[in-house]
Design a protein. Structure first.
Length: 162
């Protein structure tokens, strides 16, 4: 499978991804899936400039990401896929993108969100999307850096099989 990691991190491309996870996972491409970022040349430039020249990087809309990951092209590269919220993963899975595991690397504090791990804050909508992923058999692992022990998000949220 070309997706070496599917990661939710509201900071998207930053040091933990470019240094920590890249060294651990050895992806050939870092792919950022965000309609907002893909629609802003300024934001796209900022995020892509964080990636060194020896690795490919892309910023795609949700539709472009789905098209790419469901195509024959995707099997040619090891991809680290970044999104900023659980809903995007639900949309990818609904469109047929095969995802077995999600790494939650950072969902930071915002009003109305509650802490479930040192680096993960969720609201009711986030929990509902995590539940949808869990119900599809997708493993939910909280881990901001490769050296940290993983947090089983389904266990923390007390999900039980239906």
């Amino acid at each position: 499978m070309p997706l070496v990691q599917v990661r939710i991190d509201d900071r998207l491309i930053h040091g933990q991804v470019v240094v920590g996870w890249r060294n651990e996972l050895k992806p050939q491409r870092i792919m950022l899936c965000s309609d907002e970022v893909a629609g802003s040349d300024w934001q796209k430039t900022i995020y892509l400039s964080a990636v060194t020249n020896d690795i490919a990087a892309s910023v795609l809309t949700l539709k472009e990401t789905i098209r790419f990951l469901n195509s024959e092209k995707q099997s040619k590269e090891r991809i680290l896929l970044l999104v900023d919220k659980p809903k995007t993963i639900v949309d990818l899975v609904a469109a047929g993108v095969p995802i077995e595991k999600v790494n939650v690397g950072g969902m930071h504090f915002k009003p109305g969100k509650n802490q479930i791990a040192p680096f993960i804050f969720v609201d009711e909508e986030d929990v509902a999307y995590f539940r949808m992923l869990y119900d599809k058999g997708i493993k939910l692992e909280g881990r901001d850096v490769p050296t940290r022990s993983p947090v089983d998000i389904a266990r923390v949220l007390r999900f039980t099989p239906v």
